[in-house]
Design a protein around this ligand. Sequence first.
Ligand code: GCU
Length: 415
Amino acid sequence: MKKVFVLLLAPLQIAVASEANYDEAKVPDYVLPEIMTFESGEQVESIDDWKQRRSELLALFSAHVYGEVPKLAEETRLQSRVTREVAGFLDGKAVLKEVDLTFPEESGGPAIQMLVISPSGGGGAPAFLGYNFRGNHTIHSDPRITLSEAWMRPDKEGRVVGNRSMEKSRGTSANRWPVEKIIDRGFALVVMYYGDIDPDFDDGFENGVHRVFGQPEEAQWGSIGAWAWGLRRALDYLEEEDGVDAARVAVFGHSRLGKTSLWAGAQDERFALVISNNSGCGGAALSRRAFGETVKRINTNFPHWFNDRFPSYDDDLDALPVDQHQLIALMAPRPVYVASATEDEWADPRGEFLAAKLGSEAWALYGKRGLEAGKMPPPNQSIGDSVGYHLREGKHDVTDFDWECYLDFAERHLQ
Ligand code: GCU
Protein backbone atom coordinates (compact mmCIF):
# COMPACT_ATOMS: atom_id res chain seq x y z
CA MET A 1 0.00 0.00 0.00
CA LYS A 2 2.71 2.43 1.02
CA LYS A 3 4.81 1.56 -2.01
CA VAL A 4 2.00 2.56 -4.35
CA PHE A 5 1.75 5.85 -2.49
CA VAL A 6 5.42 6.67 -3.15
CA LEU A 7 5.29 5.71 -6.78
CA LEU A 8 2.28 7.89 -7.42
CA LEU A 9 3.82 10.85 -5.67
CA ALA A 10 7.30 10.49 -7.11
CA PRO A 11 6.79 13.01 -9.94
CA LEU A 12 5.53 15.57 -7.42
CA GLN A 13 8.58 15.36 -5.19
CA ILE A 14 10.59 17.85 -7.19
CA ALA A 15 7.84 20.41 -6.82
CA VAL A 16 7.65 19.76 -3.09
CA ALA A 17 11.44 20.02 -2.79
CA SER A 18 11.57 23.48 -4.30
CA GLU A 19 9.01 24.67 -1.79
CA ALA A 20 11.17 24.20 1.31
CA ASN A 21 10.96 27.41 3.28
CA TYR A 22 14.06 28.92 4.90
CA ASP A 23 12.63 32.36 5.47
CA GLU A 24 11.59 33.14 9.04
CA ALA A 25 9.13 35.76 7.73
CA LYS A 26 7.29 33.03 5.82
CA VAL A 27 6.74 30.72 8.77
CA PRO A 28 2.95 30.35 8.88
CA ASP A 29 0.92 31.60 11.83
CA TYR A 30 0.23 28.68 14.07
CA VAL A 31 -1.32 27.81 17.40
CA LEU A 32 0.41 25.04 19.29
CA PRO A 33 -1.58 22.45 21.21
CA GLU A 34 -1.24 22.98 24.96
CA ILE A 35 0.97 20.78 27.08
CA MET A 36 -0.93 21.28 30.33
CA THR A 37 -4.50 21.05 29.05
CA PHE A 38 -6.23 17.69 28.81
CA GLU A 39 -8.15 16.90 25.63
CA SER A 40 -11.26 17.42 27.79
CA GLY A 41 -10.22 21.04 28.35
CA GLU A 42 -9.31 20.51 32.00
CA GLN A 43 -6.05 21.89 33.31
CA VAL A 44 -3.14 19.96 34.72
CA GLU A 45 -2.68 21.18 38.27
CA SER A 46 -0.57 18.57 40.00
CA ILE A 47 2.06 15.97 39.30
CA ASP A 48 -0.65 13.31 39.47
CA ASP A 49 -2.64 15.17 36.81
CA TRP A 50 0.49 15.40 34.69
CA LYS A 51 1.02 11.64 34.88
CA GLN A 52 -2.42 11.20 33.35
CA ARG A 53 -1.88 13.90 30.78
CA ARG A 54 1.44 12.25 29.98
CA SER A 55 -0.37 8.99 29.16
CA GLU A 56 -2.84 10.90 27.04
CA LEU A 57 -0.08 12.61 25.07
CA LEU A 58 1.85 9.38 24.65
CA ALA A 59 -1.25 7.74 23.22
CA LEU A 60 -1.75 10.67 20.81
CA PHE A 61 1.84 10.49 19.56
CA SER A 62 1.41 6.73 19.12
CA ALA A 63 -1.89 7.00 17.30
CA HIS A 64 -1.06 9.92 15.00
CA VAL A 65 2.72 10.05 14.52
CA TYR A 66 5.06 7.19 15.40
CA GLY A 67 2.52 4.38 15.51
CA GLU A 68 1.26 2.07 18.16
CA VAL A 69 3.49 -0.81 19.15
CA PRO A 70 1.77 -4.16 18.47
CA LYS A 71 0.78 -5.90 21.69
CA LEU A 72 2.95 -8.89 20.94
CA ALA A 73 5.98 -6.64 20.50
CA GLU A 74 5.26 -4.93 23.83
CA GLU A 75 5.28 -8.34 25.46
CA THR A 76 8.35 -9.70 23.69
CA ARG A 77 11.73 -9.86 25.38
CA LEU A 78 14.81 -10.93 23.45
CA GLN A 79 17.32 -13.57 24.41
CA SER A 80 20.88 -12.44 24.91
CA ARG A 81 24.21 -14.19 24.46
CA VAL A 82 27.68 -12.74 24.96
CA THR A 83 29.65 -13.80 21.88
CA ARG A 84 32.93 -12.02 22.56
CA GLU A 85 34.64 -10.47 25.54
CA VAL A 86 37.91 -8.52 25.34
CA ALA A 87 39.18 -7.53 28.78
CA GLY A 88 42.05 -5.25 27.77
CA PHE A 89 40.33 -3.00 25.23
CA LEU A 90 41.72 0.56 24.79
CA ASP A 91 45.06 -0.34 26.37
CA GLY A 92 43.35 -1.93 29.31
CA LYS A 93 41.03 0.97 30.05
CA ALA A 94 37.89 -0.81 28.95
CA VAL A 95 36.10 -4.09 28.54
CA LEU A 96 34.53 -4.78 25.17
CA LYS A 97 31.66 -7.18 24.82
CA GLU A 98 29.67 -8.26 21.83
CA VAL A 99 26.20 -9.45 22.67
CA ASP A 100 23.66 -11.02 20.33
CA LEU A 101 20.04 -10.21 21.00
CA THR A 102 17.86 -12.82 19.33
CA PHE A 103 14.28 -13.89 18.83
CA PRO A 104 13.24 -17.51 19.17
CA GLU A 105 14.43 -19.20 15.96
CA GLU A 106 10.97 -20.11 14.66
CA SER A 107 9.90 -16.43 14.60
CA GLY A 108 12.26 -15.58 11.73
CA GLY A 109 13.33 -12.44 13.59
CA PRO A 110 16.63 -10.69 12.96
CA ALA A 111 19.73 -11.11 15.14
CA ILE A 112 20.80 -7.84 16.68
CA GLN A 113 24.44 -7.30 17.54
CA MET A 114 25.18 -5.05 20.46
CA LEU A 115 28.59 -3.65 21.33
CA VAL A 116 29.12 -2.81 25.00
CA ILE A 117 32.28 -0.91 25.92
CA SER A 118 32.55 -0.22 29.63
CA PRO A 119 35.29 1.13 31.90
CA SER A 120 37.58 -1.57 33.34
CA GLY A 121 37.35 -2.29 37.03
CA GLY A 122 33.73 -3.38 37.11
CA GLY A 123 30.99 -1.56 38.92
CA GLY A 124 28.14 -0.44 36.77
CA ALA A 125 28.97 2.77 34.94
CA PRO A 126 26.42 5.24 33.62
CA ALA A 127 26.15 4.72 29.87
CA PHE A 128 25.27 6.23 26.52
CA LEU A 129 23.16 3.95 24.35
CA GLY A 130 22.56 4.68 20.69
CA TYR A 131 22.39 3.37 17.17
CA ASN A 132 24.96 3.83 14.46
CA PHE A 133 24.18 4.18 10.74
CA ARG A 134 26.72 1.78 9.24
CA GLY A 135 27.53 -1.09 11.57
CA ASN A 136 29.22 -1.41 14.94
CA HIS A 137 32.60 -1.93 13.27
CA THR A 138 32.47 1.64 11.90
CA ILE A 139 32.56 3.32 15.32
CA HIS A 140 36.12 2.18 16.10
CA SER A 141 38.90 0.69 13.98
CA ASP A 142 39.78 -2.19 16.36
CA PRO A 143 39.81 -5.38 14.21
CA ARG A 144 38.23 -7.40 17.02
CA ILE A 145 34.88 -5.74 16.44
CA THR A 146 32.81 -8.05 14.24
CA LEU A 147 32.10 -6.74 10.75
CA SER A 148 28.41 -6.37 10.16
CA GLU A 149 26.95 -8.51 7.42
CA ALA A 150 23.54 -6.90 7.56
CA TRP A 151 21.80 -4.68 5.03
CA MET A 152 23.65 -1.37 4.58
CA ARG A 153 22.44 1.96 3.32
CA PRO A 154 24.07 2.95 0.04
CA ASP A 155 26.44 5.93 0.26
CA LYS A 156 25.91 9.16 -1.72
CA GLU A 157 27.33 7.53 -4.86
CA GLY A 158 24.95 4.61 -4.44
CA ARG A 159 27.66 2.19 -3.28
CA VAL A 160 26.96 -0.17 -0.42
CA VAL A 161 29.85 -0.16 2.00
CA GLY A 162 30.35 -1.91 5.28
CA ASN A 163 29.87 -5.59 4.50
CA ARG A 164 32.43 -8.29 5.18
CA SER A 165 34.32 -7.71 1.95
CA MET A 166 34.87 -4.11 3.01
CA GLU A 167 37.39 -4.34 5.85
CA LYS A 168 38.23 -0.78 5.04
CA SER A 169 34.96 0.50 6.43
CA ARG A 170 36.24 -0.20 9.94
CA GLY A 171 36.34 2.97 11.98
CA THR A 172 34.83 5.14 9.24
CA SER A 173 32.32 6.68 11.67
CA ALA A 174 34.84 6.99 14.51
CA ASN A 175 34.69 10.79 14.29
CA ARG A 176 31.10 10.57 15.57
CA TRP A 177 31.95 8.23 18.45
CA PRO A 178 34.75 9.46 20.76
CA VAL A 179 34.95 6.09 22.48
CA GLU A 180 38.10 6.78 24.45
CA LYS A 181 36.89 10.13 25.73
CA ILE A 182 33.60 8.57 26.86
CA ILE A 183 35.47 5.85 28.76
CA ASP A 184 37.94 8.36 30.26
CA ARG A 185 35.01 10.35 31.62
CA GLY A 186 33.72 7.25 33.39
CA PHE A 187 30.87 6.31 31.06
CA ALA A 188 30.15 3.15 29.13
CA LEU A 189 29.11 3.24 25.48
CA VAL A 190 26.59 0.80 24.06
CA VAL A 191 25.84 0.76 20.35
CA MET A 192 23.79 -1.21 17.89
CA TYR A 193 23.38 -0.99 14.14
CA TYR A 194 19.91 0.32 13.29
CA GLY A 195 19.65 -1.82 10.15
CA ASP A 196 19.71 -4.94 12.33
CA ILE A 197 16.32 -3.96 13.75
CA ASP A 198 14.73 -2.73 10.57
CA PRO A 199 16.49 -2.05 7.26
CA ASP A 200 15.85 1.58 6.37
CA PHE A 201 13.94 1.41 3.11
CA ASP A 202 10.32 1.11 2.12
CA ASP A 203 9.88 -2.60 1.47
CA GLY A 204 6.30 -2.95 2.66
CA PHE A 205 7.55 -4.07 6.10
CA GLU A 206 8.69 -7.49 5.03
CA ASN A 207 11.97 -7.60 6.88
CA GLY A 208 13.44 -6.65 10.26
CA VAL A 209 11.27 -6.92 13.34
CA HIS A 210 8.14 -6.17 11.31
CA ARG A 211 8.47 -9.65 9.84
CA VAL A 212 8.01 -11.07 13.33
CA PHE A 213 5.13 -8.85 14.41
CA GLY A 214 3.24 -8.69 11.13
CA GLN A 215 2.14 -6.02 8.69
CA PRO A 216 1.43 -2.82 10.62
CA GLU A 217 -2.14 -1.59 10.60
CA GLU A 218 -2.84 2.07 9.79
CA ALA A 219 -2.17 3.36 13.29
CA GLN A 220 0.70 1.00 14.02
CA TRP A 221 4.43 1.60 14.00
CA GLY A 222 6.78 2.24 11.12
CA SER A 223 10.56 2.05 11.22
CA ILE A 224 11.14 4.76 13.85
CA GLY A 225 8.77 2.90 16.16
CA ALA A 226 10.64 -0.33 15.52
CA TRP A 227 14.05 1.25 16.10
CA ALA A 228 12.81 2.78 19.35
CA TRP A 229 11.54 -0.63 20.41
CA GLY A 230 15.03 -2.02 19.77
CA LEU A 231 16.57 0.55 22.13
CA ARG A 232 14.15 -0.52 24.83
CA ARG A 233 15.12 -4.18 24.32
CA ALA A 234 18.78 -3.17 24.59
CA LEU A 235 17.95 -1.58 27.92
CA ASP A 236 16.37 -4.88 29.05
CA TYR A 237 19.73 -6.51 28.43
CA LEU A 238 21.63 -3.74 30.21
CA GLU A 239 19.65 -4.50 33.35
CA GLU A 240 21.68 -7.75 33.43
CA GLU A 241 25.01 -6.27 32.34
CA ASP A 242 27.66 -5.80 35.08
CA GLY A 243 29.59 -3.07 33.28
CA VAL A 244 26.57 -0.75 33.08
CA ASP A 245 24.20 0.79 35.59
CA ALA A 246 20.86 0.41 33.81
CA ALA A 247 19.31 3.08 36.02
CA ARG A 248 21.71 5.64 34.52
CA VAL A 249 21.42 5.14 30.78
CA ALA A 250 21.32 8.12 28.43
CA VAL A 251 19.67 7.28 25.12
CA PHE A 252 21.32 9.16 22.27
CA GLY A 253 20.68 9.56 18.55
CA HIS A 254 21.58 11.68 15.57
CA SER A 255 19.14 12.82 12.89
CA ARG A 256 16.55 10.07 12.13
CA LEU A 257 18.10 8.23 15.05
CA GLY A 258 17.59 11.36 17.18
CA LYS A 259 13.89 11.20 16.33
CA THR A 260 14.20 7.59 17.48
CA SER A 261 15.97 8.35 20.77
CA LEU A 262 13.29 10.92 21.63
CA TRP A 263 10.50 8.47 20.91
CA ALA A 264 12.23 5.71 22.89
CA GLY A 265 12.81 8.10 25.80
CA ALA A 266 9.18 9.22 25.73
CA GLN A 267 7.84 5.69 25.81
CA ASP A 268 10.19 4.16 28.32
CA GLU A 269 10.81 6.03 31.56
CA ARG A 270 13.64 3.67 32.45
CA PHE A 271 15.87 5.85 30.25
CA ALA A 272 17.42 8.26 32.72
CA LEU A 273 18.40 10.91 30.18
CA VAL A 274 17.56 11.57 26.53
CA ILE A 275 19.67 13.23 23.82
CA SER A 276 18.52 14.46 20.43
CA ASN A 277 21.28 15.49 18.03
CA ASN A 278 20.02 17.41 14.97
CA SER A 279 16.80 15.39 14.92
CA GLY A 280 14.69 17.95 13.02
CA CYS A 281 11.26 17.21 11.61
CA GLY A 282 9.50 14.41 13.46
CA GLY A 283 12.14 14.84 16.18
CA ALA A 284 12.73 17.97 18.25
CA ALA A 285 11.56 20.55 15.67
CA LEU A 286 8.06 22.02 15.87
CA SER A 287 6.05 20.58 12.96
CA ARG A 288 3.77 23.61 12.62
CA ARG A 289 6.63 25.94 11.73
CA ALA A 290 7.08 24.03 8.45
CA PHE A 291 10.60 25.46 8.21
CA GLY A 292 13.08 23.35 6.22
CA GLU A 293 11.81 19.79 6.11
CA THR A 294 8.03 19.62 6.47
CA VAL A 295 5.75 16.84 7.62
CA LYS A 296 4.57 16.42 4.04
CA ARG A 297 8.08 16.18 2.74
CA ILE A 298 9.22 13.64 5.32
CA ASN A 299 6.16 11.45 4.79
CA THR A 300 6.70 11.58 1.04
CA ASN A 301 10.39 10.74 1.10
CA PHE A 302 10.31 8.29 3.99
CA PRO A 303 6.86 6.67 3.95
CA HIS A 304 8.08 3.85 6.18
CA TRP A 305 9.23 5.97 9.15
CA PHE A 306 5.94 6.96 10.80
CA ASN A 307 2.51 5.37 10.85
CA ASP A 308 0.03 5.62 7.98
CA ARG A 309 -2.04 8.25 9.77
CA PHE A 310 0.67 10.86 9.99
CA PRO A 311 0.46 11.68 6.23
CA SER A 312 -3.19 12.64 6.68
CA TYR A 313 -1.86 15.85 8.33
CA ASP A 314 0.53 16.68 5.48
CA ASP A 315 -1.66 19.53 4.24
CA ASP A 316 -3.46 20.27 7.49
CA LEU A 317 -1.02 20.65 10.34
CA ASP A 318 -3.57 22.57 12.39
CA ALA A 319 -5.49 19.32 12.72
CA LEU A 320 -2.51 17.39 14.09
CA PRO A 321 -3.41 16.82 17.75
CA VAL A 322 0.21 17.11 18.95
CA ASP A 323 3.39 19.01 18.27
CA GLN A 324 6.97 18.28 19.19
CA HIS A 325 7.27 20.51 22.29
CA GLN A 326 4.89 18.00 23.85
CA LEU A 327 7.23 15.17 22.93
CA ILE A 328 10.04 16.97 24.77
CA ALA A 329 7.71 17.42 27.76
CA LEU A 330 7.18 13.65 27.91
CA MET A 331 10.75 13.29 29.20
CA ALA A 332 10.01 15.27 32.37
CA PRO A 333 11.23 15.14 35.06
CA ARG A 334 14.21 13.33 33.50
CA PRO A 335 16.88 15.47 31.86
CA VAL A 336 16.77 15.92 28.10
CA TYR A 337 19.22 17.62 25.75
CA VAL A 338 18.44 19.02 22.30
CA ALA A 339 21.23 20.08 19.95
CA SER A 340 21.08 21.92 16.64
CA ALA A 341 23.70 23.07 14.13
CA THR A 342 23.90 26.45 12.40
CA GLU A 343 24.12 25.02 8.88
CA ASP A 344 21.46 22.39 9.49
CA GLU A 345 18.56 24.57 8.39
CA TRP A 346 16.76 21.52 7.01
CA ALA A 347 16.26 20.43 10.64
CA ASP A 348 15.02 23.90 11.70
CA PRO A 349 17.33 24.87 14.59
CA ARG A 350 14.90 27.53 15.84
CA GLY A 351 12.05 25.03 15.82
CA GLU A 352 14.21 22.63 17.86
CA PHE A 353 15.09 25.39 20.35
CA LEU A 354 11.46 26.45 20.70
CA ALA A 355 10.25 22.90 21.32
CA ALA A 356 12.88 22.47 24.07
CA LYS A 357 11.99 25.82 25.59
CA LEU A 358 8.21 25.38 25.46
CA GLY A 359 8.43 21.75 26.57
CA SER A 360 10.22 22.98 29.72
CA GLU A 361 6.84 23.82 31.22
CA ALA A 362 6.61 20.21 32.39
CA TRP A 363 9.75 20.49 34.54
CA ALA A 364 8.37 23.51 36.37
CA LEU A 365 5.67 21.25 37.76
CA TYR A 366 8.41 19.25 39.49
CA GLY A 367 10.10 22.37 40.79
CA LYS A 368 12.88 21.89 38.24
CA ARG A 369 14.25 24.35 35.76
CA GLY A 370 14.23 23.44 32.10
CA LEU A 371 15.39 25.79 29.37
CA GLU A 372 14.63 29.32 30.46
CA ALA A 373 16.49 31.37 27.85
CA GLY A 374 14.30 33.99 26.20
CA LYS A 375 16.07 33.66 22.88
CA MET A 376 18.39 31.30 21.09
CA PRO A 377 21.93 31.30 22.48
CA PRO A 378 24.87 32.28 20.29
CA PRO A 379 26.60 29.34 18.56
CA ASN A 380 28.68 26.91 20.62
CA GLN A 381 27.17 27.77 23.98
CA SER A 382 25.50 25.09 26.05
CA ILE A 383 22.55 26.36 28.11
CA GLY A 384 19.70 25.06 30.24
CA ASP A 385 19.32 23.05 33.39
CA SER A 386 17.17 19.91 33.19
CA VAL A 387 16.55 20.74 29.54
CA GLY A 388 19.85 21.41 27.79
CA TYR A 389 20.36 23.04 24.43
CA HIS A 390 23.10 24.20 22.11
CA LEU A 391 23.42 25.47 18.58
CA ARG A 392 26.74 24.18 17.28
CA GLU A 393 28.53 25.98 14.51
CA GLY A 394 28.65 23.84 11.39
CA LYS A 395 26.73 21.24 9.48
CA HIS A 396 24.41 18.32 10.17
CA ASP A 397 26.73 15.96 12.04
CA VAL A 398 27.90 14.76 15.46
CA THR A 399 31.14 16.38 16.53
CA ASP A 400 33.50 16.45 19.51
CA PHE A 401 31.85 19.68 20.62
CA ASP A 402 28.45 17.96 20.74
CA TRP A 403 29.91 15.12 22.78
CA GLU A 404 31.66 17.50 25.19
CA CYS A 405 28.27 19.04 25.91
CA TYR A 406 26.57 15.65 26.32
CA LEU A 407 29.32 14.40 28.62
CA ASP A 408 29.12 17.53 30.80
CA PHE A 409 25.33 17.32 30.90
CA ALA A 410 25.33 13.60 31.70
CA GLU A 411 28.02 14.08 34.31
CA ARG A 412 25.89 16.74 35.95
CA HIS A 413 22.77 14.62 35.98
CA LEU A 414 23.93 11.01 36.17
CA GLN A 415 27.22 10.92 38.06
C1 GCU B 1 17.13 13.27 5.80
C2 GCU B 1 15.76 13.47 6.40
C3 GCU B 1 15.84 13.92 7.86
C4 GCU B 1 16.74 12.99 8.65
C5 GCU B 1 18.07 12.84 7.96
C6 GCU B 1 18.98 11.79 8.56
O1 GCU B 1 17.77 14.50 5.66
O2 GCU B 1 15.07 14.39 5.60
O3 GCU B 1 14.56 13.95 8.44
O4 GCU B 1 16.88 13.46 9.96
O5 GCU B 1 17.87 12.42 6.63
O6 GCU B 1 18.55 10.92 9.29
O7 GCU B 1 20.16 11.81 8.22
